[in-house]
Design a protein around this ligand. Structure first.
Ligand SMILES: *Cc1c(COP(=O)(O)O)cnc(C)c1O
Length: 387
């Protein structure tokens, strides 16, 4: 056979469309509408102007400077940007309840080429092909992709009627399977979150010898980070990304926060595939981003304000809307199909996301953009509803 049997198990991810035929306002991939901090642009141009020869050399395989900067940012922000307070002098303070009760150290960080790559290594390191891992039925659609890639069976647990995670069912299945748990918190595409205490209760009930993975891609927009729980639980791995709240989807940077022991395991996997996942420019820009938390706190707050205003608009327009703690909104209209909403909005020059997945096909997922973009989107929605 020309093609391996492994390839037959692949279910490639379909990303939000990136059309080339015309310029659309892109509210379909949960990217941040704001550019990275000016400090990032400065660091990158300085790097290229002052040490172009470094582009010809291999980057630091361990990304030590970046890991120190990530740890520092987490300590300064508590891991939830939108809930930080921002003083006039640019200093950032976490909300009292978000303060991490220990110091995150660089050896608790592992970083990779986007959290998608990090997740791939995490799946490889902690899930086994002989045992099903537990995940919610509707969650980040890359998890099944990796399960197929590594031939790991999955046990998908339906959401509850209100679209929240069925925590009890997830736990009882995990107890039976002994293969670990993964979910996004806040979850995608629903935008709903468990509180830290709810996750803690789950961890208390879950098997301490099985891995427990929380994907915090969206937590900076108002959820509660589980980083403080690392003090109590050695089986917890938290996955985070620069793509959403750190305005960095183009630079491909993601990371985990966990115990140094589990970080070492993932590092071993990485060193068995590609020793240099993070290129020199991404290390420079990621470090500069972490060193300017105030800028990103401001961006996150703006996104949250635009989100809440758009939530009210949709509610007032008769939509069923989930109360999002992310930078996107999941909503459906009582009489206009998800597909028609998507098409109508696209006609107005704006892309939103529609999933043809049974169970959620009535919904659209709308990424929160700038205030101006959301005003444009409101007008587009008004036009379609009036038709
Ligand atoms: C966007 C997203 C990611 C992937 O982020 P990258 O770092 O861009 O690969 C991971 N998990 C969830 C839940 C996401 O929505």
């Amino acid at each position: 056979m020309l093609i391996s049997s492994r390839v037959k198990n692949l279910h490639p991810y379909v990303p939000g469309e990136q059309p080339k035929d015309r310029v659309y306002v892109k509210l379909n991939a949960n990217e941040n509408p704001y550019p990275p901090s000016p400090a990032v642009t400065r660091a990158l141009t300085d790097f290229i102007n002052k040490s172009p020869e470094k582009l010809g050399l291999y980057p630091d395989p361990d990304s030590l400077q970046l890991h120190a900067a990530i740890a520092d940012m987490l300590n300064k922000t508590g891991g939830v940007l939108s809930r930080c307070s921002l003083a006039a002098d640019g200093s950032v303070t976490p909300a009292e309840e978000d303060k991490i009760p220990f110091t995150v150290t660089p050896d608790m960080i592992y970083s990779g080429n986007g959290s998608d790559e990090v997740l791939s290594f995490v799946f490889y390191a902690f899930f086994d092909s002989g045992k099903s891992f537990v995940m919610p039925e509707f969650t980040y659609s890359f998890y099944p992709v990796y399960a197929g890639f590594y031939n790991i069976p999955m046990d998908t647990i339906p959401l509850k009627e209100d679209w929240s995670l069925d925590v009890d069912s997830m736990l009882s299945h995990a107890e039976k399977n002994k293969g670990g748990i993964i979910f996004a918190n806040p979850n995608a595409p629903t935008g709903l979150a468990l509180t830290r205490e709810q996750v803690r209760q789950m961890l208390l009930k879950a098997d301490k010898d099985e891995i427990f993975i929380v994907d915090e891609a969206y937590v900076d927009f108002g959820g509660e980070s589980c980083i403080p729980l690392l003090k109590e639980f050695n089986n917890l791995v938290i996955v985070r990304t620069f793509s959403k709240s750190l305005c960095g989807a183009g630079q491909r940077l993601g990371y985990i926060v966990s115990s140094p022991e589990l970080v070492n395991i993932v590092t071993t996997v990485k060193n068995s595939v590609n020793h240099f996942p993070i290129d020199a420019l991404a290390q420079v820009s990621g470090t500069a981003a972490c060193n300017d938390p105030a800028y990103y706190v401001d961006c996150a707050k703006k996104v949250c304000m635009a989100r809440d205003s758009f939530y009210n608009f949709l509610k007032d327009s008769g939509f069923y809307v989930l109360k999002s703690q992310t930078n996107f909104i999941f909503a459906k209209h009582p009489s206009i199909s998800g597909q028609d909403l998507y098409k109508g909005i696209k006609n107005e020059g704006i892309l939103i996301r529609h999933f043809n997945t049974p169970g959620i096909e009535d919904f659209v997922r709308i990424t929160v953009g700038t205030e101006e973009q959301m005003d444009m989107l409101k007008k587009a929605f008004e036009k379609i509803i009036r038709k």
